[in-house]
Write a protein that binds this ligand. Structure first.
Ligand code: FES
Length: 100
């Protein structure tokens, strides 16, 4: 297996029983996952996407973290994802959307 260059963790509020019930899911994280997947493929970015449980920053959801950079982003929209991927292709974070 070849390691991906980036790993995107997207909160989808999954609970132990597998039910997505939290803030990120209610704010459209499922649709963002689909959008992100399509954009990564279209752009040819070498990345893996994982959907996660709560990342404990619910008030800033939907939330995503990009590794290995540990870039935390919140209050995501499709437009913000576009900006984040544009910057990622240049190897840069988008500070104005950063949670840290
Ligand atoms: S539900 Fe996404 S950070 Fe808590």
């Amino acid at each position: 297996m070849q390691k991906p260059q980036y790993h995107f963790l997207v909160c989808n509020s999954f609970r132990l029983q597998g039910d997505p019930q939290g803030i990120c899911n209610k704010k459209g994280a499922v649709n963002l996952l689909q959008y992100l997947e399509e954009e990564i493929i279209d752009r040819g970015i070498n990345a893996q996407i994982s959907s996660t449980g709560c990342m404990k920053v619910c008030d800033r959801g939907p939330v995503m973290v990009i590794y290995p950079n540990a870039w935390w982003y919140g209050e995501l929209t499709e437009e913000k994802v576009d900006d984040i991927l544009d910057a990622l292709e240049d190897g840069e974070p988008v500070d104005e959307y950063s949670l840290c």
